[in-house]
Design a protein around this ligand. Structure first.
Ligand SMILES: Nc1ncnc2c1ncn2[C@@H]1O[C@H](COP(=O)(O)OP(=O)(O)OP(=O)(O)O)[C@@H](O)[C@H]1O
Length: 295
């Protein structure tokens, strides 16, 4: 079992706390970091991967402070950064050989591992093609393969599905689930469906701090009795509702308009129905409308 403990972690840039007193414990499984732009997800990941050091607080891996076991700890980390640069003219195989050499794998170890990983990420057939000719999804899969070269115990993926089409995203999620058994996987995303389908727990981050952490079910339970559908034919009422309620969705039918809202009390309109909360409602409840990027 792997255990990563983040304790009272704060990272300050100038006057701004990019991370503000974060305390979380991770064990094996997939964790989703969900939050709007600038919430502090990348900063947290950079601290976990030792690319930046905390201003306050500490990170313990299996009980040891990671700053005291730097080299050993780095050896068990796999990281796919948000901006993952690849050498366009390299083939997938050559690129992985190059990365393996940087990570200190012997040639024999590297060749065995690369063959296994190319199969795992479904790129074996195209291993000798230039990466520049790959689709976005294929490039991300090369990214995952390089992050897995050292058999990491902690895999950190910063927005791994951004820009992928739904098919590639599903494929990517399956791959993550497949490798998650004996590892801590921490992935950040804006995409709610990524979290819904693979994360065992979700950590919602806003303004550098943890708003909530829990299973999908726990988080949805917190929204019970807060989501309603209002139906009306009156356009003035539609405008009123939009201005006075947290509005998730407006659907115009031939007969009337259905508006999905979040409200602590039953909204005072003629046709109102309580709805089962969805993860998107949770996101909208805690974050701003314009930050939702569900595709
Ligand atoms: N090196 C830096 N110097 C100064 N400010 C920084 C630095 N890195 C991050 N910040 C600030 O810290 C805050 C958190 O940024 P961070 O990149 O961690 O957010 P994020 O949740 O990953 O956002 P995004 O999804 O846009 O990547 C932002 O306000 C950002 O401008």
């Amino acid at each position: 079992m792997n255990k990563l403990e983040i304790k009272n972690l704060t990272k300050t840039y100038g006057k701004k706390n990019a991370n503000d007193d974060i305390t979380i414990t991770f064990e094996n499984g997939v964790y989703g970091l969900l939050g709007p732009n600038g919430a502090g997800k990348t900063t947290l990941m950079k601290q976990i991967t030792t690319l930046t050091t905390p201003t306050k607080g500490e990170i313990l891996y299996n009980g040891s402070n990671i700053k005291d076991s730097d080299e050993d700890y780095r050896g068990i980390i796999g990281y796919l950064p948000q901006e993952f640069g690849v050498y366009k003219n390299f083939s997938a195989k050559k690129f992985l050989q190059y990365m393996a050499a940087l990570k200190g794998l012997s040639k024999k170890e590297a060749n065995e591992k690369i063959e296994e990983l190319l199969n795992l990420v479904g790129l074996y057939e195209v291993r000798n093609k230039a990466i520049g000719k790959f689709s976005g999804g294929m490039k991300r899969r090369v990214g995952i393969a390089q992050a897995l070269l050292n058999d990491p115990k902690i895999l950190v993926l910063d927005e791994p599905t951004a820009g992928l089409d739904p098919q590639e995203r599903a494929r990517f999620r399956n791959l993550i689930s497949q490798i998650s058994k004996d590892k801590i996987i921490i992935l950040s995303t804006h995409i709610i469906s990524d979290i819904e389908s693979i994360a065992k727990e979700t950590i919602m981050i806003k303004n550098g701090a943890v708003l909530m952490k829990g299973t999908h079910r726990d988080i949805l339970l917190g929204m019970e009795g807060k989501v309603y559908s209002i139906r009306t034919r009156d356009e003035d009422e539609v405008t009123y509702i939009q201005n006075n309620f947290k509005t998730i969705n407006i659907q115009r039918g031939t007969e009337d308009v259905e508006i999905r809202v979040i409200s602590d009390k039953i909204p005072p309109f003629k046709i109102v129905q309580a709805l089962e909360p969805r993860f998107e409602d949770v996101y909208m409840f805690y974050f701003d409308l314009e930050n939702t990027r569900e595709v």
